[in-house]
Design a protein around this ligand. Sequence first.
Ligand code: NOJ
Ligand code: CA
Length: 700
Amino acid sequence: MKRHLLFAAFVLFSALGYANISLYSPDKQLNLTFKVSEDGEPVYALSYKNKPVIKESKMGFHIQWSTPLAHDFTIVDATQNSVDHTWETVWGENRFIRNHYNELVVKLKQKETNRILLITFRLFNDGLGFRYDFPMQDNLLHFIIQEEITQFNLTGDHTAFWLPGDYDTNEYPTTISKLSEINQLIDKVREEPLAAKSFTPNLAIQTPLLLKSDNGLYINIHEAALVNFAAMQLNVDDLNFQLSAHLVPDFRGNKVYAQTGDRSPWRTIIVSDDARDILASNLILNLNEPCKIEDFSWIKPMKYIGVWWEYFTGGGSSWSYTKHQGIRIGETDYSKLTPSGKHGATTENVKYHIDFAAKHGFDAVLVEGWNEGWEDNVAFVKDEIYNFTKPYPDFDVKKLRQYASEKGIVLIMHHETTSAVISYERQLDTAFRFMVTHGYPAVKTGYVGPIIPRSEHHDGQWMVNHYNRVIEKAAEYKIMVNSHESVRPTGLCRTYPNWLAAESARGTEFESFRGNHPNHTTILPFTRLVGGPMDYTPGIFEGDLSIYGSNPAKLSSTLVKQLALYVIMYSPLQMAADLPVNYEKHPDAFQFIKDVAVDWDTTCILEAEPGDFITIARKARGKDEWFIGSITDEHARETVISFSFLKPGKQYELTLYADGDNAHWQDNPKSYSVKNMKITSKTKLKQKIAAGGGMSARIR
Ligand code: NOJ
Ligand code: CA
């Protein structure tokens, strides 16, 4: 039902600069107002339960060699619309998702230039999304966006959970500080012992950004449906508590190459006074287009192991086949080179992993280091690094396919590009055809190091289009994708559910480099995961890497917390990342990883406070079986779980995986207990969680 507001009244009011349009969320708790200022600037504001969340904030764009699309506007039309329907996910945290919002579309005309800009606002019970449309028109065709003006004017000095701006990496630890402290801290945090290597430091901060106000309001700012646009970072004006869009540029400083008919991604603001609502929000998925893949029967959530962690432990295993450098792809004859004896992806080692996966009920085995080129993975200085159709001489593709399929296991291919993206694009079709020929249903892609073309950043428009192109092309070949070092997700997995997961944040690999803080996984679900599933690769049982050789690293978690992460860190693709031998030493704890589901009917967020703790219960898809995960930061705590989400009057068996009495992430991480008990929907369970620890449970 579309309601055209009084057109004449708007022209009159807006000409005077007074038009003020108001929109409520379906539950009336959120209110959006929109107007054009006396200078004709588009301005929006948002309130929650009658208190301001975003004060009057400007909107629009700076355009190269042209009048900004930012002032001198009148409102020429405004329409409102309500939508309420429920859709079914291909996979997800919930089988059904309600999409319920009120919408306002304003049509703005710039007086001097006659150019038209549309802004669409969608107000849900859990927040706001808005986007810009550049409709086809006589006075605008091709244009270059030099900056987006969108502001987020906050009401005070909120606590922010932030990553420093960087156009090329999001593998930073999160810093928690007041908004007013960000500008003083931003350079310092890049030098802290845990910091990631900065590629392209800048003074903005990254999204998804979580904020908490002094009076307990939680605000998440991000974007949805990032298509043909640069990712948005945020400038911080710490005197006025004002954030504003900072689009990732190319090396010319240009942000977006646009054409009329294009539109921006949605800018999203999720709001609640209950932290659990931020984790339960489906706003970003709802703002994405429905699934574009008609037959998605080939898309399957998976649990996998891999020839992977052995490259990180310091035990000597390597991706490359030889020690020879100066490889020329297509010219170097590997069969003439002497193997180093350290190569991980040998036929024998992969068979051993297939056996282990089959014995323990996994779906898949990832193999990294299978193809020619790893000896020379020098980012940026080399155009052609890898050959994606040439296995190393000691990796027998045909035999392994046969072996895996006899054991009911599929292999996941690895395409590390080391960011030689042009070379990857040239090979993409043949690479995917090679996968189809050899029975690989999924690929892990990787973008380590600076990008080729050398004018581009990881999070700029060109690379955004690359990641999306790979997903679409993979869908044509019925291939599922897990991308690493790609731009942080914006819910596109709804449209392309073959995009099973992305890393796009600091994952478990960092436990072997500089380490992760124990609060890391109590923050990621509020930030990175708001945009989509993360391939965090949990499940490290042996956290003391010094036992393998020279790496002194120690895991920032107890063993049981590693189990809980399978429930907390939602992904339809979950890895059991540790070495098989370490699972063999703890068969009772390993049983949880074997049992835990990767696809869900419903999700209940039981407890949550960013940076402190999270407890989640999820019902396995199509089964009367639940799993619980609970994690804490560096402080021990007690979790109290009420099982009211279970069917009343029914008895269930619960298997509890708990930290031992004296467990501690630093000096006693492997102490745990496993016990069974009977429960009903009325049971209450009090459970101690160790510092840096967790709790997990299976309920049948
Ligand atoms: C970084 C990825 O995150 C990691 O999973 C992978 O093993 C290495 N790059 C090598 O490709
Ligand atoms: Ca990575």
